[in-house]
Write a new protein. Structure first.
Ligand code: DOR
Length: 444
């Protein structure tokens, strides 16, 4: 058990008081001071009396509520050669995250109480972020038989999000049953929208480049047809549907319609679908292989607009570490997925903040408040105000940095941003008043 964990979870451990000097909440107004005691914000303003608290000179850093990632692959149990809960938690904290949702496609699959409780406990032991396991919708992610959602919901891990991510719950009857069942558990079903009959053997976006390279295409309609169906099922059942990694303009149009009809549907977009497009295929480098695939430039543009508009609710990383033997190989043999936790904020700054599509207050909404709301987390995504938990991310908006895969905290190094200079840097992250990242370094 490490020191951070003890401080965060042992009610008898006295929290260190911290005095953050010169922060700018939501990047607005002149710098103010913020005092933290007992894990909570106890004072905020221009004349805060620190009274012996440890001072951190924040020199104009933008303060945001700690980020919440609804879509992370931590690979433990089963593929600890690519990522562990410990390394993934460090990557998350360094990216400004204070809570992550760990997808169920581990080995063994998180389709039962034993596995979800293991993930939850290990996350607490590491103590850098709150790790919430996502439970599988179907046994073994096979799409045939509902997993025991109720047992996972009632377990110590208190699972409230279920997903077969990596695979689509393709059978409409199983999806309908999952949605119906989830309402009684106050849970949300997160769908990886991919009609498998339309993507058999697919390797890349079904466009001109894939055709030229002889790669089997993954058409937009394979995503859109499932999203349309599931929005109708959500409306029919009154259940909560969350659409994972929206990748096409057409999906955004369907979501806009479904929301206008009162369907309880939310959606996420990944940083890579906001920045990268299928022109990347020309390199033939499998680091660019991801599911759903990188789409067209027009799609990235439409997704940025949909996120700004709120039709797409939030950003989620789909952080997908892969060991070198699964990535540094020919395109068709490579696994889909890319790292995302430590680069997410910078990509959002570049694609959304710098072009004027989002303010810092909006960044708080799409990276913290909305994801916390969708997942039902009550202690994350809170306002920066007296009495609230000191669960915060402090960002240098003017810093730039160059991405180097081998310098990231993940075990795997499959970042598509290798060598790219990106804006915005997380300097400190606080989870309930404890620094999990201090001056850009994760606590151990
Ligand atoms: O690119 C992806 N990688 N998409 C998924 O849906 C699964 C993920 C993974 O687990 O590697």
């Amino acid at each position: 058990m490490n020191a951070t964990f003890q401080a965060l979870n042992d009610p008898n451990v006295a929290f260190k008081a911290l005095h953050l000097r010169g922060i700018r909440p939501y990047g607005e107004g002149p710098p103010v001071d913020l005092l933290i005691r007992g894990g909570r914000i106890t004072a905020l303003g221009s004349d805060v009396d620190g009274d012996g608290a440890e001072v951190i000179d924040a020199g104009g850093l933008v303060a945001l509520p700690g980020f919440v990632d609804l879509h992370t692959h931590l690979r433990e149990p089963g593929r600890e050669d690519a990522e562990t809960i410990e390394t993934g938690s460090a990557a998350a904290a360094l990216g400004g995250y204070t809570a992550v949702f760990a997808m169920a496609n581990t080995d063994p699959v998180a389709d039962n109480a034993v596995v979800v409780e293991h993930v939850w406990r290990r996350g607490r032991e590491v103590g850098l972020v709150d790790v919430h396991p996502v439970g599988a919708v179907t046994v073994g992610l096979r799409g045939e038989q509902l997993a025991e959602l109720g047992t996972m919901a009632r377990s110590a891990a208190q699972v409230r999000m279920f997903s077969d991510d990596g695979f689509c719950v393709a059978d409409p009857l199983i999806m309908r049953r999952a949605l119906e069942y989830s309402t009684a558990l106050n849970a949300v079903i997160a769908q990886h929208a991919e009609e498998p009959r339309l993507t058999a053997g697919a390797q890349a976006h079904d466009g001109e480049l894939a055709a030229r390279l002889g790669l089997a295409g993954w058409p937009a309609v394979a995503e859109e047809s499932i999203v349309a169906r599931d929005c109708l099922l959500a409306r029919h059942t009154g259940a909560r549907l969350h659409v994972c990694h929206v990748s096409t303009e057409g999906t955004a149009d369907i979501l806009r319609w479904a929301k206008s009809q009162g369907a309880t549907v939310s959606a996420e977009v990944t940083p890579h679908h906001l920045l990268l497009d299928d022109e990347r295929l020309a390199t033939y480098d499998p680091v660019n292989k991801v599911n759903p695939p990188l789409r067209t430039g027009a799609d990235t543009k439409a997704l940025r607009a949909a996120l700004a508009e709120g039709v797409v609710d939030c950003v989620a990383t789909d952080h997908a570490p892969h060991a070198p033997q699964d990535k540094d190989c020919e395109w068709s043999a490579a696994r889909p997925g890319m790292l995302g936790l430590q680069t997410a904020l910078s990509v959002v700054v570049r694609t959304m903040v710098h072009p004027g599509l989002l303010t810092w207050r909006d960044v708080a909404r799409v990276m913290s408040e909305r994801p916390a709301e969708i997942a039902g987390l009550r202690a994350h995504g809170r306002p920066i105000a007296v009495g609230e938990p000191a669960t915060l991310t402090l960002v240098d908006p003017d810093a730039t940095w160059t991405v180097r895969g081998d310098e990231l905290a993940s075990i795997a190094d499959n970042t598509p941003y290798e060598g790219m200079e990106l804006p915005g840097r997380v300097i400190h992250t606080l989870l309930r008043g404890t620094l999990t990242v201090h001056n850009g370094k994760a606590s151990t």
